[in-house]
Design a protein around this ligand. Structure first.
Ligand code: SAM
Ligand code: DTB
Ligand code: SF4
Length: 336
């Protein structure tokens, strides 16, 4: 397939409604063709799709809080919180509801619209769920959008979270099915897809994306995007993380991804999932303003906002405000 055939792969048109069930299935090789476009052509296509679906200068701001840090029983090769790796991240007990509410209020004060609670669990226990439900209710009560990422969920748990007022559930596919076994051995790809299906069935919005820069090849990177885009419907929110290399994890010494390949990943996500919020997620602290600006141009329209991700750093609020100002961008004020 050559570049000229690209218009036939995805004609540029407005979708009937946001996140209508996608009739199109993406072949991995068609996604690869997008990745291989000349940079300017790719960016132009992504910007066209972006403008058809969003205010191109509005960026959604989410603040993350780790409600349960460290000591995780999974062996995810990228993760500083896995008990399999010696990274110096301590195994702490779950935060109290009051501490979470305090952090959510502070995030709201500094301009975040969504508050995302993350836990280093394979899956939550019944006792964990009692506390999480209280946290979600309280944050929802502040008028913020709520998001949680707690690992695998069963049907009872998705109903509990929905009833508590959870708007989004984050559960990443992380990489392509072919590369997955090189990164994680303690649960499989099907487990992740099952959790996403349960979240969808319960009526919550799906937030699912992955990590690039873990040593995957281009076909595998395209494979991740095809998997996400072929979910029916595709996720409302798609975090694209650039691997944060943490000493003590198996991926600590992996070669850096070319930043322009990260920008390409954002652009391909935008083109294949036109109405999704594409989230420029982990790895921003290591990125120049220029690369972040290119990510926004490629269609990213959501960031993590606040000095901390889960255990690693994120740009300071002042730096982000200055960057958005410099680019003439502003926080998205509405819901979703
Ligand atoms: N334990 C739950 C799970 O794995 O679903 C929720 C928390 S987990 C830390 C959430 C996501 O953070 C992972 O799926 C992964 O995509 C991302 N993540 C973790 N460590 C990362 C790293 N070093 N660099 C980039 N992203 C990372
Ligand atoms: C996502 O895709 N990225 C965020 C959020 N979802 C939970 C997490 C990034 C974690 C980066 C490593 C850390 O801070 O521990
Ligand atoms: Fe545990 Fe989630 Fe980290 Fe995997 S990514 S080790 S499941 S906290």
């Amino acid at each position: 397939m050559n570049i000229q055939t690209i218009e036939f792969i995805r004609p540029i048109k407005k979708p009937a409604e946001p996140n209508a069930a996608s009739s199109q299935r993406w072949k991995v090789e068609d996604v690869e063709v997008l990745f291989k476009l000349p940079f300017a052509d790719l960016m132009f296509r992504a910007q066209q799709v972006h403008r058809e679906n969003f205010d191109p200068n509005a960026v959604q701001l989410s603040t993350l809080l780790s409600i349960k840090t460290g000591g995780c029983s999974e062996d995810c090769g990228y993760c500083p919180q896995s008990a399999f790796h010696s990274t110096g991240v301590e195994n702490r007990k779950m935060l109290e509801v009051g501490e979470v509410v305090k952090a959510a209020k502070a995030a709201q004060q500094s301009g975040a619209g969504r508050f995302c609670m993350g836990a280093a669990w394979r899956e939550p226990s019944d006792a964990d769920m009692l506390s999480v439900v209280e946290m979600v209710k309280a944050v929802h009560g502040l008028g913020m959008e709520t998001c949680a990422t707690l690992g695998m969920l069963n049907d009872k748990q998705t109903s509990q979270l929905r009833d508590a007022g959870l708007d989004y559930y984050n559960h990443n596919l992380d990489t392509s099915p072919e590369f997955y076994g090189d990164i994680i051995s303690t649960r499989d790809y099907r487990d992740r897809l099952d959790t996403l299906e349960r979240v969808r069935k319960a009526g919550m919005h799906v937030c699912s994306g992955g990590i690039v820069g873990m040593g995957e090849n281009l076909a595998q990177r395209a494979g991740l995007i095809a998997q996400l885009a072929n979910l029916d419907p595709y996720p409302e929110s798609v975090p694209i993380n650039n691997l944060v290399k943490v000493e003590g994890t198996p991926l600590a010494k992996i070669e850096d991804l070319d930043p322009l390949d990260f920008v390409r990943t954002i652009a391909v996500a935008r083109i294949t999932m036109p109405t999704a919020r594409v989230r420029l997620s982990a790895g921003r602290q290591q990125m120049s303003d220029a690369i972040q600006a290119l990510c926004f141009l490629a269609g990213a329209n959501s960031i993590f906002y606040g000095e901390q991700l889960l255990t690693t750093g994120n740009p300071e609020v002042e730096r982000d405000r200055a960057l958005l100002d410099k680019l003439g961008m502003y926080p998205f004020a509405g819901k979703h």
